[in-house]
Write a protein that binds this ligand. Sequence first.
Ligand SMILES: NC(=O)c1ccc[n+]([C@@H]2O[C@H](COP(=O)([O-])OP(=O)(O)OC[C@H]3O[C@@H](n4cnc5c(N)ncnc54)[C@H](O)[C@@H]3O)[C@@H](O)[C@H]2O)c1
Length: 720
Amino acid sequence: MAKSAVSQYTREQFDSLLALSDDEVVTHSYVRDVALPSGGTLALITLDNGRDHTRPSTLGPQGLLELAGVLDELSQRASAGEIQAVAVTGKPFILAAGADLSKVGDLPDRDAGLKMAQLGHYALGKLGELGVPSFCFINGLALGGGVEVALNCDYRTLDSSAAALALPEVFLGIIPGWGGAWLLPNLIGIENALKVVVENPLKNNRTLKPAQALELGIADVMFSPANFLEDSIRWADGVITGSISVKRPNAPGKLERAVKWDAAIGIARKMLEKRIGTVAKSPYAALDLLKAAKSSDKATGFAAEDEALADLVSGDQFAASIYAFNLVQKRAKKPAGAPDKEHAKPVTKVGVLGAGLMASQFALLFVRRLKVPVIITDLDQARVDKGLDYIRGEITELENKGRLDADEANQLRALVTGTVDKGDFADCDWVIEAVIEELTIKQDLFAEMEGIISPEAVLATNTSSLSVEQIGAKLSHPERVVGFHFFNPVAVMPLIEVVKTPHTDEATLATAMATAAKLRKNAVITADTPGFVVNRILAKLLGEAMHAVEQGTPFEDVVAAQKHFGLPMDPFVLLDLVGLKVGAHVLDTHHGAFPDRFFESKALHELADAGVLLEKDSKGQAKGIDKKAIAIVEKHRPADARPYSVTELTVRLEDGLADEIHRMLEDTVVEAPEDIDLCMILGAGWPFQMGGVTPFLDRVGASERAFGGTFHDPRIQGVS
Ligand SMILES: NC(=O)c1ccc[n+]([C@@H]2O[C@H](COP(=O)([O-])OP(=O)(O)OC[C@H]3O[C@@H](n4cnc5c(N)ncnc54)[C@H](O)[C@@H]3O)[C@@H](O)[C@H]2O)c1
């Protein structure tokens, strides 16, 4: 018999963890005996925290110990010949959403972290050592430790309507440490395991649809939801009797272990170094474990996971991740400064001014989520038609992908119309503009609309850098004006900055917040100051980047200095994406408002006029900086220029950000540092593992250097 992986742990080790259980959400393991079609008995465990489907079952110390106790009893019944198989499933729609993170932030030290890792192995590992075959019937959502419940079983069936499967641990600053890092590559091969565990480690990790999980080999078979449990039991019976033989084509063979394994790890390591440098520790820790899983036995693999998890759980990045997790889970759902929902006015028809890049994307979102008539306009019929074609084309695309049925798609297409006559907006109660970024054009447009729409209708603007108050300056009812700043691409970016002017009334603000919620976006309320939150911080970084290259700092050194922040794009790729003209305009706006702290860049204007910055390959991917761009920047180098070293520039950027954010808070651009962090995580892709900009700046000492204080107390900074 194979060496036991579980016997390295004992029940008594874990008593001290019980204090960390959240009594509110203990997941219980209910057992019932099921008769197998061919005779014999299968003991079916259901994981259930007794809540409805909006509160997924999670696994904390008490739930894990209860499961371990149940499995010990079943092991005895198996030895006595009373049961022939064990299966685990979940309450409706949910297997388990992983470890209970609500109290993990309270783990007092590394030893407690180590015990938490060991407890997972102690409990879940028993699923692989029962003496009879074990099955997981994956009936719904399975995340992190939920997937590891399944991996610890011998076989897995999967419901084709399950919401998602994922091992998102590296995204939270940890690793799949309850068996996942050893079991997964040994089940589905190293290349597939890498895709699931470390791909895109700074974003929400790869979420698998059931068909993908099946194809990768995480599940052995998939059944439709109609008879999922019955089909799973019948299939398990076939496996036990031998009438079904389970094939695992992705399981690693000798050749894969001898040749491919290390090579795949090497490629993944290079990819990570290129993409994230040394910003995050957890993906590298996961790589080390996946590498070792090639030749280690299960007991050694589990012990290595314990040590890695203990290091990470007690470190800075996990504390930071938990902070970010709580922001997104809690603060984002109850935005600071939001008025009572009761004041919100109904939105029964939406008018969209402009049919360009942003307008057509959010017109689509309005019709999909609000399901009310949406009318768009632009300067001429051709532009209106282009916008309509885009919106209708996207609806058809969603229909083709099966995300909308034919009736819904037809209904949505019929709700969107276009016009060149603004008189058709008369009955709109929500009008939003996304025309070109010029103050007088937007002012005149709003003034014109005031003559058409009712005095109660809301006028919203998607401006990125103009004053919302000034856009409404020519109105008799400026109280109905609000900023509603989307991010590109609209379908993907979860944030809307809702901008309140000194005149915006409660009903208008409440309507904006309610509308954002209906669009399923997170809204943060900001004051009407240049760049609001996200663009002001990005403008600071872009301005510093242009200043540094003008001073003779090599472009690659600027990229290296900014890599330290872990943002998804370097400043030059970002400039290329937003457009050089737009970028130059954003810098001008900030320089105009805060001339002592934001640089204006004449070089950037010349780059924009010449249309050069990045050198790209045939697929449009950036290869580096265009030589013509380097020459243009050199022309703007002042006589007394002095290049920065990477370290100097890194510190300069950190201190500049700390100073700017401190000023933003003094000016109450938002209520609290948490709101800045929320905006940067949701609107700029600031990595979760860094836990938000403000704790990061505290942690690296920038807050102390910039304003002689900190944004948070030490616990939140993640300083252990
Ligand atoms: N592009 C982005 O990433 C982004 C992100 C957030 C906010 N914004 C803001 O959104 C707005 C639009 O940006 P875009 O990128 O969609 O620009 P765009 O150039 O793609 O679209 C602007 C559209 O407005 C039309 N237009 C101009 N004057 C008009 C008028 N008087 N009446 C009706 N239509 C008129 C133009 O013909 C054009 O189709 C700007 O205020 C911009 O700052 C842009």
